[in-house]
Design a protein around this ligand. Structure first.
Ligand code: ADP
Length: 543
C-alpha cells in the first residue's frame, strides 16, 4: 500500500487554521509548535541510554536523607525509607541500562520487583514535598496527580496514561529520560472500593486496575488517541523527516511509582483486627493511637479497606508520615530552606519593604496554624490571613519596614493603620525635601533667595499624592513660567517667599511680586538719586 499523500506542514497548518476559523471564529488558533521530536530525544547526545551518560545515579541513601533534611522537618522514617527505595530503584536502573547495552536478551529476562512506595499520613505533613525534592536531587522528571481526578472524569484508562505522557513534558520532550521518571499519586485512599459499606465501587476499582497496569510494565502511546493536534503533529513530523521510523511509546518498566493517602479510616480496620485477635504480621499493642497505629498496617488491612490485593501488592514499601506538632511547625518556619518566611521576605522586598519575623511571632503563627489541622499548609493560611492587607496597603505607602511580632498578630489592623500613618509622614517628608530642592535650584539659577512656606509645601504634597505624580514634575509644572519671569529680577536681595497662594495661582503671584519689586527698586533708585542731589547741594557751599 502506498503512503498517504500528506500536504506540507505549512499547507496543513493553513488548512487547519481555515477549518478552525470557520468552525469557531477567531477565538481559536492552531499552533504547530512541535515539542522535541521523540526520535531525536533518544538520539546521540541525549541523557539516558546512550553510553555517554548525563543521567547517572550515584547517590547514597544517607546523601538523599541529608538533602531532604535541609527542606523537610521531621518525617525521619519516611526520609530513610524513601532514600533506600529510591537508591535501590535507580541502582537497578543503572544496572539494567548497562545490561541492555551488553546483553539485551539477558536484560529482558532479568526479574526485578520495583520498590514502589505507599506513604500514609495526614494532609500537609510533607509527603509531596519529600517526593518533589527527591526527584529534583536525582534529576528525573516528576509528575503529581490526585487519584480522585481519574474517577471523576469517568474516562479511566486514557487519563491515567496521561500521567506518563506528562513525564515526557517534564523531561522537555526527552522520552528516554521520561522512562526513568517518578509518578506520584495522592489520595489513593479515595479510590478504595467501599466494599464493606455499599457494595463494590466500580470506578475506584477501575482506576486501581488502570494504575496497576502502569506500575507493572506497559507501553504508553506518546500521543493520546483523542489528541488530534498531537496526531497531526506526528503526521507533519513524519512528512518532515521523510518517514523515518520513530519511537511512539513510553515504557513504564523503570518509572518509579509513589502513592499516598490519609487513610483516616484504616485505623478502625487495624483496631478491629487487633481486637478480634487476628494474628497480623505485626499486631500493635493495645492503646496505640494515630500515626503509631498506622505503622502496623498490613496488606490485609488495605484489602479490607477496599484496595485491590493486586494493587496494594505492587506497593511493597510502606511508610507513615506523622502529624506535625506546634514545635515542628515552628521549626519549619525557622529552619526549613523552603520556609514561607523566606517567601514573605522576598515578596515584600520586591516593593522595597523589609519584613522581620520575631521568634515569638513565629511561635504564635505556629500555634494558630496547628488549630487549622492542615499540617504545614496551615502556616500559609495563617500568614495570608494576617498579612494579606499588608501586602496590598503597604507597597507605595511610604512604609519601608515592619516587624511581625505578637502585637501584630494580636491586632493586625491596628498595626497596619500605624504603619500607614508613619508611612504617610515619611512620604510627605520625602516629597517636601524634593520641593525645597526645586526651590533651591530655582534660586541659584537666578541669583536670588527663594523659599517655600509650610503651607506651600503642604499644598504641593497634597497635590503630588492626589494626582500621583512626581514632586519634581509637579513643581516644574506649577512654576513653569518662573524660569523666564525671574530673569527680570535677577540679583534681587529681597527673598521670593512662595506661599500656599503662590501654589494656587503661581502666575499672578509672580507678576505681583515682580511689580512690587520693580516699584521698590524704583523707589530705592529715586531715593538714591535724591540723596545724591542732596549731597551735591550740600557740598556746593563748601566749594
Ligand atoms: P502533603 O503531605 O499533603 O503532600 P505537602 O508536602 O504538599 O503536603 O506540604 C505542603 C507544603 O507544606 C509544602 O510545600 C511545604 O512547604 C510545607 N511542608 C509540609 N510538611 C513539611 C515538613 N515536614 N517540613 C517542611 N515543610 C513542610
Amino acid at each position: 500500500m502506498s503512503e498517504p499523500n500528506f500536504p506540507s506542514p505549512e499547507e496543513l497548518q493553513k488548512k487547519l487554521s481555515d477549518f478552525m476559523k470557520t468552525q469557531f471564529g477567531n477565538h481559536v488558533s492552531v499552533s504547530t509548535q512541535v515539542s522535541a521530536a521523540p526520535e531525536e530525544a533518544g538520539g546521540p547526545g541525549s541523557a539516558v541510554g546512550t553510553g555517554d551518560e548525563v543521567f547517572e545515579f550515584r547517590h547514597l541513601p544517607r546523601d538523599i536523607k541529608a538533602h531532604l533534611d535541609r527542606y523537610v522537618i521531621r518525617q525521619d522514617d519516611a526520609k530513610r525509607v524513601l532514600a533506600i527505595a529510591v537508591c535501590d530503584h535507580y541502582n537497578n536502573v543503572n544496572y539494567m541500562r548497562k545490561l541492555e547495552r551488553e546483553d539485551e536478551k539477558k536484560a529482558r529476562e532479568t526479574e526485578y520487583t520495583k520498590q514502589n512506595v505507599i506513604l500514609l499520613g495526614p494532609t500537609g505533613v510533607g509527603k509531596t514535598y519529600l517526593v518533589k525534592h527527591i526527584a529534583e536531587l536525582v534529576g528525573v522528571p516528576f509528575v503529581k496527580a490526585d487519584a480522585t481526578k481519574f474517577s471523576e472524569t469517568g474516562y479511566v484508562g486514557g487519563d491515567v496514561e496521561d500521567l506518563v505522557r506528562e513525564l515526557v513534558q517534564g523531561a522537555n520532550g526527552d522520552v528516554e529520560m521520561a522512562q526513568y521518571g517518578i509518578i506520584y499519586i495522592d489520595e489513593v485512599d479515595k479510590i478504595a472500593s467501599s466494599a464493606s459499606t455499599m457494595g463494590r465501587d466500580v470506578s475506584g476499582r477501575g482506576v486501581q486496575t488502570a494504575l496497576l497496569k502502569l506500575m507493572e510494565e506497559t507501553e504508553v502511546p506518546l500521543r493520546a488517541p483523542n489528541d488530534i493536534q498531537g496526531q497531526l503533529q506526528a503526521a507533519m513530523e513524519f512528512q518532515r523527516t521523510g518517514g523515518k521510523p520513530k519511537r511512539q511509546t513510553i515504557n513504564t518498566r523503570h518509572v518509579l511509582f509513589l502513592v499516598s493517602g490519609a487513610f483516616e479510616k484504616i485505623r478502625g480496620v487495624i483496631e478491629r483486627r487487633v481486637r478480634q485477635g487476628t494474628i497480623g504480621f505485626a499486631a500493635p499493642p493495645d492503646g496505640q493511637q494515630g500515626g503509631e497505629m498506622l505503622e502496623h498496617v498490613t496488606t490485609a488491612d488495605f484489602v479490607e479497606y477496599g484496595l485491590e490485593p493486586e494493587f496494594i501488592g505492587r506497593l511493597p514499601v510502606r511508610v507513615v508520615c506523622r502529624e506535625l506538632s506546634v514545635e515542628d511547625l515552628f521549626e519549619i518556619l525557622q529552619r526549613s530552606e523552603g520556609s514561607i518566611v523566606r517567601q514573605y521576605e522576598r515578596a515584600f522586598r520586591a516593593y522595597g519593604i523589609e519584613v522581620f519575623f520575631e521568634e515569638a511571632g513565629l511561635k504564635r503563627i505556629a500555634e494558630l496554624a496547628a488549630v487549622e489541622k492542615t499540617g504545614a499548609r496551615g502556616l500559609l493560611t495563617v500568614c495570608e490571613r494576617l498579612l494579606r492587607s499588608f501586602k496590598y496597603e503597604l507597597p507605595g505607602s511610604g512604609a519601608n519596614r515592619f516587624t511581625v511580632d505578637v502585637g501584630l498578630i494580636e491586632d493586625p489592623e491596628k498595626r497596619l493603620a500605624e504603619l500607614l500613618e508613619q508611612g504617610q509622614r515619611a512620604l510627605a517628608e520625602e516629597l517636601a525635601a524634593v520641593a525645597r530642592e526645586f526651590a533651591q535650584r530655582l534660586a541659584s539659577r537666578h541669583n536670588l533667595k527663594v523659599e517655600l512656606t509650610q503651607g506651600a509645601i503642604a499644598k504641593l504634597v497634597e497635590r503630588a499624592v492626589a494626582e500621583n505624580i512626581h514632586m519634581r514634575d509637579l513643581c516644574a509644572e506649577v512654576f513653569k513660567d518662573y524660569e523666564f519671569g525671574l530673569k527680570l529680577a535677577e540679583g534681587t536681595t529681597e527673598p521670593l517667599i512662595l506661599t500656599e497662594e503662590a501654589v494656587g495661582n503661581p502666575d499672578r503671584y509672580l507678576s505681583e511680586w515682580l511689580v512690587k519689586r520693580y516699584r521698590a527698586d524704583r523707589r530705592t533708585g529715586e531715593e538714591q538719586m535724591a540723596s545724591k542731589s542732596v549731597d551735591l547741594c550740600g557740598d556746593s557751599p563748601a566749594r
